[in-house]
Write a protein that binds this ligand. Structure first.
Ligand code: SAH
Ligand code: SF4
Length: 338
C-alpha cells in the first residue's frame, strides 16, 4: 500500500502517471488530503468513480489510526496512533500563548540510545517510521485539531538514525501543496551524533537544528547518554558546521537534573564550550518519568544555571513544561496508551 501523506505534490503527480492516470490527479489527491483533510480516497469527489475503485487497496491517505486522544489542562493534546503493523506512536499538539501551535512528531517507534532520563529510551528500541508515517502525524494533527504553525521532530526516537525518511517527511511538510510549513518553522531535535549531523549538512536541506547536549562534561554526558560515544566537543563542532552551511542558528538543549548536571561546575563547562559560538541554549527542567530515579532541580538552581551562562555571553532560556499531567512533555512519550 502507498500513502498520499508520504508524497510531495510532485511525487503524487509522478505516482499517478506511473499508475496510468493523468498527472493532475496527483495534485487533486494532495489538495483533497492536505487542504480538505479528506481521509479516505472515496471522499475525493474530483476523481471519477472508476478511478477511485482502481486505486482502492493500492493507494490510501494515511497509514495511521487514531487510538487515543488526551487533553491537558494547559491545552496540549497528545495522540496515540497505531501503524499498519500494530506498532504505536505518540504525537503532541502544543498551543502557546504567543499564538504558535506546534506539532511534535515521532521518527521511530522507540529509541535504541537509552538516555537514562527519557521514557522513550527506557522503553527500548523500535523500528524506523516511514515518510508517510512521519508526515502522516502532521496530517492527523491538522485533521484532528486545526492549523499548525511549527513542527518539531522531537517526539519518540532519534531523527538522525532515520534521516532519509525524516527528510522525505520534511519535504512533504514544507511543500506548499501539502502542509506548507516554512523551513525555519521546522526543527529537528537530535541527541547529537557527529556522522548523522554531517550527513544532514551534506543533504543540503536547511531546517532548524536543536542538539540535546545535556552536558559539556564528557563523563556526565556519557552517563546520561550511554548510547552515543562521541565527546561533547565533537558534537558541538559537527552541529556548528551544520549551522554554518544551513545559515540557521543552532540551539543546544540541556535537560537539567537535580545534583547531576545542574551545578556551577557544569554551567561553567557549558559556557566555556559555547561562549564563542552563535547559538542559544534551552534549559529544560527534567520532567518526571515513571521508573526513573531522577528529580527536577529546584527552580532557583535552574535560574542560577541560566544566569551563569548569561554572565559569559551565552544566551539561555528556561523552557516551561507543558502537558505534564497527560505525560505529553519532553521525554514522557512512549508507545503505550495511558
Ligand atoms: N532523540 C531526540 C529527539 C527526541 S527527545 C533528542 O534526544 O533530542 C526530545 C527532547 O526531550 C530531547 O531534548 C530530550 O533530551 C528531552 N527529554 C527526554 N527526556 C526528558 C525528560 N524526562 N525531561 C525533560 N526532557 C526530556
Ligand atoms: Fe532517544 Fe532522544 Fe530519548 Fe535519548 S532523549 S533516548 S535520543 S528519544
Amino acid at each position: 500500500m502507498e500513502y498520499i501523506t508520504g508524497m510531495t505534490g510532485d511525487a503524487a503527480r509522478r505516482y499517478m502517471e506511473l499508475a496510468g492516470h493523468r498527472a493532475f490527479r496527483g495534485s487533486q489527491a494532495v489538495t483533497a488530503v492536505w487542504k480538505n483533510h479528506v481521509r479516505d480516497l472515496a471522499g475525493v469527489t474530483t476523481f471519477p468513480k472508476s478511478m477511485r475503485q482502481a486505486l482502492s487497496g493500492v493507494l490510501a491517505v494515511s497509514p495511521l489510526f487514531l487510538r487515543q486522544e488526551r487533553l491537558s489542562v494547559d491545552g496540549t493534546a497528545k495522540y496515540l496512533f497505531a501503524c499498519p503493523d500494530g506498532e504505536t506512536i505518540e504525537s503532541v499538539r502544543i498551543p502557546s500563548a504567543d499564538g504558535r501551535v506546534t506539532g511534535c512528531v515521532s521518527s521511530q517507534t522507540g529509541c535504541p540510545l537509552g538516555c537514562v532520563f527519557c521514557a522513550t529510551g527506557l522503553s527500548g528500541p523500535g523500528r524506523n517510521l516511514s515518510p508517510a508515517e512521519i508526515a502522516g502525524q502532521v496530517f492527523e494533527l491538522l485533521a484532528a485539531g486545526g492549523p499548525l504553525t511549527n513542527i518539531v521532530f522531537m517526539g519518540m526516537g532519534e531523527p538522525l538514525l532515520n534521516l532519509d525518511a525524516v527528510l522525505d517527511a520534511f519535504r512533504v511538510i514544507h511543500d506548499g501543496a501539502c502542509a506548507g510549513i516554512g523551513r525555519r518553522r521546522v526543527t529537528l531535535s537530535t541527541v547529537g551524533i557527529p556522522a548523522g549531523l554531517e550527513k544532514l549538512r551534506l543533504s543540503g536541506e536547511a531546517l532548524r537544528l536543536a542538539v540535546s547536549l545535556h552536558s559539556a562534561v564528557a563523563e556526565t554526558r556519557k552517563r546520561l547518554v550511554p548510547g552515543v560515544a562521541a565527546a561533547p566537543s565533537e558534537i558541538v563542532s559537527a552541529a556548528m558546521a551544520y549551522g554554518r552551511t544551513s545559515r540557521l542558528r543552532v540551539t543546544f538543549e540541556c535537560v537539567l537534573m537535580d545534583s547531576l548536571n545542574d551545578d556551577r561546575f557544569h554551567a561553567q563547562a557549558l559556557a566555556s564550550m559555547l561562549e564563542h559560538a552563535d547559538t542559544r541554549v534551552n534549559l529544560i527542567p527534567y520532567n518526571p518519568v515513571s521508573g526513573s530515579p531522577f528529580r527536577s532541580p529546584p527552580a532557583d538552581r535552574v535560574r542560577a544555571f541560566r544566569d551563569a551562562l548569561a554572565a559569559r555571553g551565552v544566551k539561555a532560556t528556561i523552557r516551561v513544561g507543558f502537558g505534564a499531567d497527560i505525560e505529553a512533555a519532553c521525554g514522557q512519550l512512549r508507545s503505550r496508551s495511558g
